[in-house]
Design a protein around this ligand. Structure first.
Ligand SMILES: [Ca+2]
Ligand SMILES: [Ca+2]
Length: 164
C-alpha cells in the first residue's frame, strides 16, 4: 500500500503523534512517495540507495547501509513511513523536537491512555527532561499543572504550559 493511500484518519494520527500539522504530514507523504519508487509504502535498500546517491553521489555502499539501519528501527530491512518520520521530524522541525519528545515520554508512562498521569510520574519526567530545574522549580511547575492537587495531570495542557 502506498503512503498516498493513507486515510484522513491515519494522516491525523501521524500529525498527532509527531505534533505536526496535517498539511505538514502530507508534505512528508509526498517526499516519502518520491523515494518509494514502486509505491509499496516502504523504502527498500535499493530505493534508499537511489535517493542517497542522487543527493550524495560519492556515498559508499557501507555508508548507505549504515544510514538505512539508523532509520530502520524494527530491522526488517525496509523503512516505513513511521520510521521515516521518527528520524526526519526531529531533524527538520528542530522547534518541535522537545515537545514531541516530551509527549512521547508522557505517552509511554500513560499506560491506559487516559491522557492523564500522576504527579509523582510527572516528577520523574521533569527530573529526566528538565535537569536544570531544582526541586523548588519542579514543585512550582507541578503546582501549576495540578493547582487543585487532585494528583493527576492532563499532560498535553501541561506541555502547552512549558513548551508553548
Ligand atoms: Ca518501495
Ligand atoms: Ca522497518
Amino acid at each position: 500500500m502506498s503512503v498516498q493511500d493513507f486515510t484522513d484518519e491515519e494522516v491525523r494520527n501521524f500529525a498527532k503523534k509527531y505534533v505536526l500539522s496535517v498539511e505538514r504530514v502530507r508534505e512528508y507523504i509526498d517526499t516519502f512517495g518520491i523515494i518509494d519508487e514502486d509505491k509499496s509504502g516502504k523504502i527498500t535498500t535499493d530505493e534508499f540507495r537511489n535517493m542517497v546517491t542522487t543527493h550524495i553521489p560519492n556515498a559508499s555502499q557501507s555508508e548507505v547501509v549504515a544510514l538505512l539501519s539508523d532509520l530502520d528501527e524494527n530491522d526488517d530491512g525496509e523503512v516505513d513511513f513511521d520510521e521515516f518520520l521518527k528520524i526526519i521530524v526531529p531533524v527538520n522541525e528542530g522547534k518541535v523536537t522537545n515537545r514531541a519528545k516530551l509527549i512521547g515520554a508522557f505517552r509511554s508512562l500513560d499506560r491506559n491512555k487516559t491522557g492523564l498521569i500522576s504527579t509523582s510520574e510527572l516528577q520523574d519526567i521533569l527530573k529526566h527532561f528538565a535537569k536544570k530545574l531544582d526541586r523548588k522549580d519542579r514543585k512550582k511547575l507541578i503546582h501549576a499543572a495540578d493547582p487543585d492537587e487532585c494528583g493527576e495531570i492532563d499532560y498535553i495542557s501541561f506541555i502547552d504550559l512549558i513548551v508553548p
